[in-house]
Design a protein around this ligand. Structure first.
Ligand code: SF4
Length: 749
């Protein structure tokens, strides 16, 4: 038996920690993971790892993970060959498309695909080949408001991130990085970075209805009423202006509409938002003054600010406060990362962008607005249920478990059961994929190469890091991108045995050709064939990644800058390449609005302020539900890993002692929680860490439905909180589901 060590980036969450993986090799050459720990030489994470990162070997070895395709035969899944799986899809799906048109098949892209190179680079090929308007993704579950607010203000999804390592004051809303390690803010060891902020004399203020693990360690915790973040931020903006603390500085000449914003917020005094926020007016006023007095400060709002009824307004106001306080685009403030693969804000030039338009079309059955080429996930069940032209009769899911993650999950579950055909690209038979006719399993995470195409664009430091696959795939296992491309070929009319390499060649030529035509690109006007010859015979994601790196902001420009980045450079630097701290004064360079300026008061925000205004007078009695997360959990992905799920039950209903007394709830005893759409029975956990009037259930549990093959997860006493969330309770601008602030009643079971 021999050992070797491999390093790679953890693909499980946005932090992207470097891992050091010790593998043992048996006499027959098969390798197993012996140990995983943090890679101390990783240029970004420096050895940090959370409990989930050490379990990639468990995920790889999980006996419930599918190794071969399965297809339904007489209602039961049976293993089939890859050829038989694709032939089954051809026979089952194509006749539906031919008879009812392309819109008859929807596609749903799940969150794990955002952490996987194949889907990040080839989902677009699949979507294009399908040609359906019914496109959905997990982004309208948890982040679409932030994407839209950034797009409306800056012209592309360039989300400013807090300069964690240099700020003096961090105001954090709706985020608990001690459990999640951050989101839309890539920062390995986020908790350690917060510790260092406090060690250097900085201040951390956490706004959350729960005294979360992060709030516990903060200098100040404000237990806000769920849904009150927009009101709070509007009042902070109001104080900054009214008390003469606003100072936009050099950005004034690059901003449109700021006077209109301050005028619109003129009535949002701290006193006026006391009821909506549940916070004392003096505390709000002091917070605004503390923020303004800090040498450098940043406001960071994350999942709790997106998954609520004023998600886009809240996300917009985060950056309005950053702008008004003079902290946008400066060291220690809210800054723009510069990803090495290029992003819309690093292509083209200011004033050349089209900006972001939303609601160009609406969904057929529910009239829900499109954004970024998708309808909100709340539209999916009604599109399946509602008869007529364009009814969704078939579904393709890629790395998604919407029955677990989408609102009113029992309705969606029933809708999926009514489909005429469903294909899932997924490693498990879970709550969603049990409805599939065919499941195509990708390789395990350790069998895939990795580069975080999307999330390094939201990092607190500019970094590039590529990892080759750690383990070989079995001989007959296609790579994930090959599965996607073969399915795209089938949908595009090339049959069940489409030529994957020919399609891949077309994809690569299109990306390279686009760079050649872009007058702002480093390869503008170059000969396409000459560039293709420099790609070292690569194929698949590695070829696309090489093109993107070489034409990106640090790239070698295919020889123009010999010191620049290419995939070969990253392969020679397995611990990553550090590209430096975030750069200040990237505005106006990053702006892609048609005006070339920050649009401080986009029309959708102007309109939606009326909804916020109306909410000020609402009654606020009654219980509301919020979510939560634990460091050993990651949505629904990790609950089949025993080392992560063992120990006391974490899927509990957190209730404040005053509410427990009033309702007759007993610690450890079951309670029934009811909402407009459903009810669950769940064990009670009484804690003063939650605000009175608020109860909390974590998400991603309740995996014990018939037909699910997740034996460890099914032993767990969890419930699916999305049985309670309501597809009609949404952020109206983005259509994003409001998972927090759901009205509920609670009684002893
Ligand atoms: S925080 Fe944990 S799950 Fe996330 S990348 Fe790091 S090790 Fe992986």
């Amino acid at each position: 038996m021999s050992e070797r060590i491999a390093v790679r980036t953890c693909p499980l969450c946005e932090a992207g920690c470097g891992l050091e993986i010790t593998l043992t090799s048996n006499d027959d050459g098969t390798e197993r993971v012996k140990r995983i720990r943090g890679d101390r030489d990783d240029v970004f994470s420096g050895g940090y790892i959370c409990p989930k990162g050490s379990t990639l070997g468990h995920l790889h070895d999980d006996p419930d993970r599918l190794r071969r395709p399965v297809a339904k035969r007489d209602g039961e899944f049976v293993e089939v060959s890859w050829d038989e799986a694709f032939a089954t899809i051809e026979a089952g799906l194509l006749p539906i498309l031919e008879e009812h048109g392309r819109d008859a098949c929807a596609i749903y892209l799940g969150n794990p695909g955002a952490h996987s190179l194949g889907p990040m680079l080839y989902n677009r090929t699949l979507i294009s080949a399908l040609g359906s308007r019914n496109r959905f993704s997990a982004s309208t579950v948890d982040q679409r408001p932030k994407e839209l607010s950034a797009g409306l203000m800056f012209g592309s999804v360039a989300v400013p991130v807090p300069d964690l390592d240099r700020t003096d004051f961090l105001l954090m809303l709706g985020a608990n990085p001690h459990a999640s390690n951050g989101s839309l803010c890539t920062a390995p060891d986020f908790p350690g970075r917060l510790d260092r902020l406090q060690e250097r004399g900085g201040t951390l203020v956490v706004v959350d209805p729960r005294r979360s693990e992060t709030a516990e360690r903060a200098d100040q915790h404000l237990a806000i009423r769920p849904g009150g973040d927009a009101h709070l931020l509007a009042a902070i903006a109001n104080v900054l202006v009214a008390d003469g603390l606003a100072d936009v500085g050099r950005l004034a000449e690059h901003t449109n509409g700021l006077d209109d914003v301050t005028e619109a917020l003129a009535s949002y005094t701290p006193e006026r938002v006391e009821r909506a926020t549940g916070l004392d007016a003096d505390a709000i006023r002091t917070l605004a003054h503390d923020l303004a007095a800090a040498p450098a400060a940043a406001v960071y709002g994350r999942i709790g600010t997106c998954t609520q009824e004023f998600g886009t307004l809240t996300s917009w106001l985060v950056d309005i406060v950053n702008l008004l306080s003079g902290n946008l685009d400066r060291i220690g403030g809210a800054m723009f990362a510069k990803g090495a693969v290029g992003q819309p804000s690093t292509k083209g030039a200011p004033g050349t962008g089209r900006g972001l338009r939303i609601g160009r079309v609406t969904s057929r059955a529910g009239g829900r607005p499109e954004s970024l080429g998708e309808f909100p996930v709340t539209a999916l069940p009604e599109e399946i249920e509602t008869p007529g032209d364009g009814q969704v009769r078939a579904l393709i899911t890629v790395a998604g478990n919407p029955v677990s993650s989408n609102p009113n999950s029992e309705r969606l579950d029933a809708a999926l059961a009514s489909l005429e055909f469903m294909v899932a690209i997924d490693p498990y038979v879970n709550e969603t994929t049990r409805h599939a006719d065919v499941i195509l399993p990708p390789p395990s995470a350790l069998e895939k190469s990795h580069y975080d195409i999307a999330l390094l664009n939201f990092a607190v430091r500019n970094v590039a890091n590529y990892s080759p696959a750690v383990l070989d795939t079995p001989d007959d296992q296609p790579e994930e991108w090959e599965i996607l491309v073969r399915l795209a070929g089938l949908l595009g009319g090339a049959g069940a045995n489409a030529d994957v390499d020919a399609i891949d060649d077309q994809v690569a030529a299109a990306i390279l050709g686009s760079a050649v035509r872009d007058e702002h690109s480093s390869v503008h006007g170059r000969d396409l064939t000459e560039l293709q010859e420099q790609l070292d015979g690569r194929r698949g994601p590695e070829r696309l990644l090489d093109i993107m790196l070489r034409t990106g902001p640090y790239g070698d420009g295919f020889g123009t800058d010999p010191e620049g980045l290419s995939l070969a450079v990253l392969e020679a630097n397995p611990h990553g390449v550090d590209l430096g701290a975030l750069e200040p004064e990237r505005i106006p360079g990053v702006l892609r609005t048609p005006s070339g300026k920050i649009e401080a008061f986009p029309e959708p925000m102007r309109v939606d302020l009326a909804r916020l205004e109306a909410s000020l007078d609402r009654e606020v009695d009654g219980l509301v539900l919020v979510g939560r997360r634990h460091v050993r959990s990651n949505n629904s992905w990790m609950h089949n890993v025993r080392v992560l799920t063992k120990g006391r039950n974490r899927c509990t209903l957190q209730v404040h002692p005053d509410d427990a007394d009033r309702l007759g709830l007993v610690e450890g005893s079951p309670a029934t929680v009811r909402s407009r759409v459903g009810e669950v029975s769940i064990d009670v956990e009484i804690t003063d860490a939650i605000r009175p009037g608020v109860v909390s259930i974590p998400h991603g549990f309740g995996q014990n439905l018939p037909g699910v093959r997740l034996r460890v997860a099914q032993e767990y006493r969890g419930v699916n909180t999305n049985v309670l969330t309501d597809e009609h309770f949404v952020d109206e601008v983005s259509g994003n589901i409001a998972l927090n602030g759901v009205p509920v009643s609670v009684s002893p079971s």
